[in-house]
Design a protein around this ligand. Sequence first.
Ligand code: AMP
Length: 492
Amino acid sequence: MTFQALDLIDPLLRTLGGLGYKQPTPVQKQAIPAVLAGRDVMAAAQTGTGKTAGFALPILQRLTLDGVTGPQCVRALVLVPTRELAEQVFESFRSYGGNLPLRSAVAYGGVDIAPQIAKLRKGLDVLVATPGRLIDLHDQGAISFALLQTLVLDEADRMLDLGFERDLDILLEALPKQRQTLLFSATFSDEIRRLAKGLLRDPVQIQVAAANTAVKTVKQWLVTTDKRRKPELFLHLLGKLGWGQALVFVKTRKGAEALVKELQEHGLTADAIHGDKTQPARLRALERFKRKEVQLLIATDVAARGLDIEALPLVVNFDLPTVAEDYIHRIGRTGRAGLEGEAVSLVCADEVDMLKAIETLTRQIVPRFEEAGFEADHRVPETAPKGSAPAVQKLTAPRAGGKAAGKPAAGAKRPAAAPAGGKTPARVEARPAGGSESLGTYIAPEKHSKSPGRDRAPDAGGPSSGRPRDGGSRGGSTGPSGGRARGGGSAG
Ligand code: AMP
């Protein structure tokens, strides 16, 4: 199918041609006609599926063909959970609407509000905003929703996770009831379904991947170790597996800074993005990473939200996320637009509950490795369903400086996707291959028997009493130990 077949107008088709988009992605095929027809939409689409164009293109078309804005008015409003996503979605609107006579702007907290007010004065066709700042603009009388025709909630699950529910209630009160509403969410929890029920009228339901299934093109595996050895293990794997650029997720801002320092002390280029950094500093770090001036970008979940980095081969979960859904968002940073990606997690004993929550949500057991010399003193308990003994297979060694993009073992058995049958694997003694380095223990993946559910660590946070202001990191209080690496290779 082509974009022409979706009845998009010429200026949009020209733009898409210029961008090299040959055909619509599955979410676009379903969303574009529905939005053009004025329907409400409820879409389960992860980042990387092309969902932004799925709503931006038909919105731009409708705005072009129908009506004009007025002073302080906004005709289409896109609500997003974080500043980074706001910038990214705004950029998409700018790029897709390049040949159209429409005005768009972005508004989020943490920066001067005056230019945002000034942009609104003449009125806008599209505003991309985070909830907190939008309420401020509304409280100051800078914005009118009188002409609002379309509301988009992008990454709605994340908005609820960040405690924006109250803000959404306030905003929804202020919006006209007669409107088109589009709700996009990576996952569909019960809370999201409740929100959707109150918001959407007879929505077209779109599901492009099975709900709560991690991006299929991403190979996932984990290495168990002790918490204090994580920095050292990370450095070791960087060298041993010849990792190139990687986006590395940590739990806390402090943890991000500690890891950057550690990596820099080992001669690596690393930068951090987290909630304590100013918006320009975050964007600068991201740009440097995109230009490949920086090998390792260390990020907290909130700061990384909405990042779009082309062809990122590797995501490393230095810490597991405290909210299981974040795992899906994190690994969605790689394997984008059908490219192959890899997601590696370093897991210590006190993260086992988070691991279980992730495995329950994604309905898989993440293939597990141990690296010789880094075995955990505090064993990470098995997460395989009770009564089944996980298989341990021998792996041949990855060679130092071997494959880029972190193949766990050149010529070794790769951790494969979960086999369908869910048969009980047998335990086999793992022995490092003679004379070679070994990522020793491989526990064969299998289907998880438990039903999916939402499982939060106690410190994962929920709606807070105070209003979260646009994208601060909400990690717990513990970060990586910051233990000094004892040697360990450095990536070339
Ligand atoms: P999104 O899921 O909206 O974050 O988009 C993921 C990436 O896919 C972005 O870099 C888009 O530029 C790209 N993209 C979106 N639609 C298409 C398409 N139809 N063909 C090729 N690339 C696309």
